[in-house]
Ligand binder design. Structure first.
Ligand SMILES: [Zn+2]
Length: 130
């Protein structure tokens, strides 16, 4: 990511930045495969996560919703990265496949797709043509 733009995200705790994050959740959610969402809703919370130092967030597949928790003690750009990571899990989960490995090759494809969606939205939101 362009360093100048990165700084703009990381160091601008403005309503616009919060708006960007809220809209990003919506954009990524819509990009997730419908077969994996199966009519359920998404709940995202930002919290200080206890546990391993490298805990960045997690997402759970509950009966009628996906519950996602993202670590609060990071800068804004990093929080967006964590969101993209967790959304890739939702896109990748298949009802018919055992979830034995979290970051399998299918997840990698989903992650690339989510990151591309994130960058496209980023450029559109901040009106960058790069
Ligand atoms: Zn993961």
């Amino acid at each position: 990511m362009n360093e100048d733009l990165r700084m703009r995200i990381d160091h601008s705790p403005t309503p616009t930045v919060e708006q960007f994050f809220i809209e990003l959740i919506d954009v990524l959610w819509k990009a997730c495969r419908d077969t994996d969402k199966a009519g359920r809703t998404l709940c995202v919370e930002i919290q200080e996560i206890d546990g391993d130092e490298d805990d960045t967030g997690y997402v759970c597949d509950l009966e009628d919703e996906f519950y996602m928790c993202l670590e609060a003690r990071v800068d804004f750009g990093t929080r967006c990265d964590y969101l993209v990571h967790e959304m890739a899990h939702i896109d990748c989960w298949e009802r018919t496949v055992k979830r034995e490995e979290d970051h399998c090759m299918i997840w990698g494809v989903s992650y690339a797709k989510m990151y591309r969606t994130y960058l496209n939205f980023y450029n559109k939101f901040w009106e960058c043509d790069e």
